[in-house]
Design a protein. Structure first.
Ligand SMILES: Nc1ncnc2c1ncn2[C@@H]1O[C@H](COP(=O)(O)OP(=O)(O)OP(=O)(O)O)[C@@H](O)[C@H]1O
Ligand SMILES: [Mg+2]
Length: 369
């Protein structure tokens, strides 16, 4: 087991800066998920930890040892790639046990490890096939199996579930989580699926354009996003982020205006502190879909509740909840209500907001206030 430390890590490909000064510390046994949009540098950062790319500057330590110049095979890591490469001429069984064979692992230990992972990954019946005779998802599971039979200090996973169908993906997500609980190994796991990030991570690093915007527990990242990027990226459907202005008419509020009129969202004392003296300034008001719902849904202090009416544009039942799309401050906002609310498009609906959950962001910098 090992902790992993990244100190001011930079990576340039020629003139292109891809990783721009990343510093994060992973504790021993932690499950850290790197999440962010396509091209933000997740795979590059993972490859730097693996030693498959060399740093432009900075330091990487695995278990207190500086590994900048240590080749991948001496880092005691196991990696599952986004584009997993299996040996095409070897069977599934040989692909999984090949590493153990070359290390001279006892045959009985090999057999046991093989039986364990093939059961875990539901590939027992595929052991004699070649990779060319497998579906994409099956190949991905074999690639995971190959990493799992090793006994590394650190597991590195690059979107290991991306080729699986939706059901198997959720099943495997649970298996990966159980596996971590059982083995207690340090894991760095890349995904662009923020639900996967929330469910798996002990901490999440939210990346954007070569930077780590926020590094925190799933709860911190979800409840206390540091800026508009993190707020908008984490959560599905996304947080509603509307432009408004600070007003003070016998109490501070955020005024949100559009063709349907102006709504004054009243601020509580904490929020008031953050905008005092900013009258007239532009602010982004962030409200997650679950913070806007039907009247009576929130079990919070009455003083945190605020109701308003709007025309519903679209009704989207999902089963357990129904999403109502309406216009607010020029955006298509989404509210999450119970399916029993029988509202139709074009009708007026009375929404109730839990203002205690409202987030405020600076109108210019986008930073959380
Ligand atoms: N060898 C390379 N030479 C030049 N640019 C590269 C190289 N490898 C990656 N890049 C660029 O670096 C950026 C980050 O790539 P990376 O593969 O790390 O993204 P990612 O976050 O893993 O994206 P995805 O979610 O699509 O896998 C991209 O803009 C990519 O085009
Ligand atoms: Mg990638």
């Amino acid at each position: 087991m090992a902790k992993v430390e990244l100190r001011n890590v930079w990576k340039k490909f020629g003139p292109v800066e891809v990783i721009k000064g990343v510093s994060i510390d992973l504790e021993d046994g932690e499950f850290v998920v790197l999440v962010g949009p396509s091209g933000c540098g997740k795979s590059t950062l993972l490859n730097l930890i693996a030693g498959l790319e060399t740093l432009t500057s900075g330091e990487i330590r695995i278990g207190d040892k500086l590994v900048n110049d240590v080749p991948p095979k001496d880092r005691n890591i196991a990696m599952v790639f986004q584009s997993y490469a299996l040996y095409p001429t070897k069977t599934v069984q040989e692909n999984i046990t090949f590493g153990m064979q070359t290390r001279g692992v006892d045959r009985a230990v090999q057999d046991e490890a093989l039986a364990d992972v093939s059961q875990l990954l539901h590939i027992e019946q595929l052991l004699d096939r070649k990779p060319g005779q497998l579906s994409g998802g099956q190949r991905q599971r074999v690639a995971m199996g190959r990493a799992l039979v090793r006994n590394p200090d650190v597991f590195l996973f690059d979107e290991p579930l991306s080729n699986l169908d939706a059901k198997l993906r959720i099943e495997m997500r649970t298996e990966v989580k159980k596996l971590h609980l059982r083995l207690g190994k340090t894991i760095v796991y890349v995904t662009h699926d923020q639900i996967e990030a929330m469910t798996l991570a002990s901490r999440i690093a939210v990346m954007d354009n070569g930077h780590v915007r926020q590094f925190g527990t799933p709860e911190e990242v979800y409840e206390n996003p540091v800026d508009l990027f993190v707020a908008g990226f984490m959560g599905s459907p996304s947080m509603n982020i509307v432009k408004g202005r600070v007003v003070n008419e016998g109490g501070y509020a955020i005024a949100v205006s559009d063709e349907e009129g102006t709504i004054l969202f009243p601020l509580n004392s904490n929020q008031t502190e953050k905008v005092t003296g900013r009258e007239g300034e532009e602010i982004h008001l962030g409200l997650r879909p679950e913070a806007i719902t039907h009247v009576g849904a929130h079990s919070v202090r009455q003083s945190d509740l605020f109701a308003f009416e709007r025309v519903v544009d679209v009704v989207e039942p999902t089963g357990p909840d129904t999403m109502l799309v309406f216009t607010l401050g020029g955006i298509e906002a989404i509210a999450r209500v119970r399916p029993e609310e029988r509202v139709k498009p074009g009708e007026i609906f009375r929404f109730e907001v839990n203002m205690g959950k409202a987030k405020l962001f600076d109108g210019k910098s986008g930073m959380r206030l």
